[in-house]
Ligand binder design. Structure first.
Ligand code: PHE
Ligand code: ZN
Ligand code: ZN
Ligand code: ZN
Length: 318
């Protein structure tokens, strides 16, 4: 999801402060206006202004989270891992979030061979892009004693960005603004450490990435459940310093097809810049809009972390 701020600044963003449109419909705070351009969004932000936008017919759909569990001897210390299975309507979502979903099914299959001590639970979330709907409703509908059984949650949303960096959600509240005054649960830093131990062991550089509530871990940290996760970057451009560390193309988004039709298996045919993809492909082993190099490294980091937690969460929960 995009940050749902008060200023319309991006295509497809939730438009706030908007007034009556030329076709007579009115747009209220919190209603997504699909097809509104940057300029239209700016115009709509001016009091009394009008702009042409396509407002989709409201529709109601039922959607489902997919949850799978492998019981362990110790059944009151559940280790959870999750990824959202939906995409935006603009495109199929190969990196956002086929990457996280695929890593998670691979992990679940490999874990079938492990004698886990702690119960493992895998979640493929519905409707993340509509505002974290699936994960929020899951956590909201758990009785408190069920929430108390969850030892940890790790999240994977965009882990194979074509122009990747290796990011680990940063549990240090001083480096990224935490979502709305909610303290980051104790134990989150120990989960972050597990991922970082993996990268250090492999000699692969990583950096802290935003832990701002912009993905499905939000409902977990709001309910005091330790959480962490991996992220290879979305719409923000890569810096020169990051290019020096991970190669790729400075000045280009980590994912040049973020939330677009070209987040697909054929990004160039779907409209991505051919030169950029040629350069990224030569360096990063692209398969459509996903770096197999980044997806492979992150899948190993996930396996290392969840396998460790399958045996013990002592460092996380004391
Ligand atoms: N949740 C965002 C999306 O699906 C991606 C994202 C993940 C952005 C983590 C920032 C941090 O569009
Ligand atoms: Zn998204
Ligand atoms: Zn996503
Ligand atoms: Zn860190």
């Amino acid at each position: 999801i995009f940050n749902q701020g008060n200023t319309p600044d991006r295509e497809g963003l939730i438009v706030a402060n908007a007034s009556t449109l030329t076709d007579g419909t009115s747009v209220q705070h919190g209603i997504p206006v699909v097809g509104a351009s940057f300029a239209q969004g700016e115009a709509l932000a001016q009091p009394g202004s009008t702009a042409f936008v396509d407002v989709l017919e409201p529709e109601t759909r039922i959607d489902y989270n997919v949850i799978a569990e492998k019981p362990g001897k110790n059944d009151d210390n559940v280790v959870m891992a999750g990824a959202h299975l939906d995409s935006v309507t603009e495109g199929p979502g190969i990196n956002d979030n086929g990457s996280g979903s695929a890593a998670l099914i691979e992990l679940a299959q490999k874990m079938s061979k492990v004698r886990n001590v702690n119960t493992l639970r895998f979640a493929w979330w519905a409707a993340e892009e509509q505002g974290l709907v699936g994960s929020e409703s899951y956590v909201a509908n758990l009785p408190q004693e069920e929430r108390d059984r969850i030892a940890s949650y790790v999240n994977f949303d965009m882990i194979g960005s074509p122009n990747f960096i290796y990011g680990v959600y940063d549990a240090d509240e001083s480096s990224f603004p935490a979502p709305a005054g909610v303290p980051i649960p104790d134990g989150s830093a120990a989960l972050e450490d597990l991922f970082e131990i993996f990268f250090t062991w492999q000699g692969i550089p990583y950096e802290d990435s935003e832990f701002s509530g912009r993905s499905d871990y939000q409902a977990f940290i709001f309910n005091g459940i330790p959480a962490s996760g991996l992220f290879t970057g979305a719409e923000v451009p890569k810096t020169d310093e990051q290019e020096a560390i991970w190669e790729g193309v400075a000045g280009e988004s980590y994912d040049p097809c973020y939330h677009q039709a070209c987040d697909s298996l054929t990004p160039v045919a779907d409209g991505a810049d051919a030169d950029v993809y040629a350069e990224l492909g030569a360096e990063n082993d692209l398969e459509g809009n996903v770096s197999l190099e980044a997806l492979g490294v992150n899948s190993d980091a996930i396996a290392f972390t969840v396998l460790t937690l399958a045996y013990s969460t002592e460092d996380v929960n004391g």
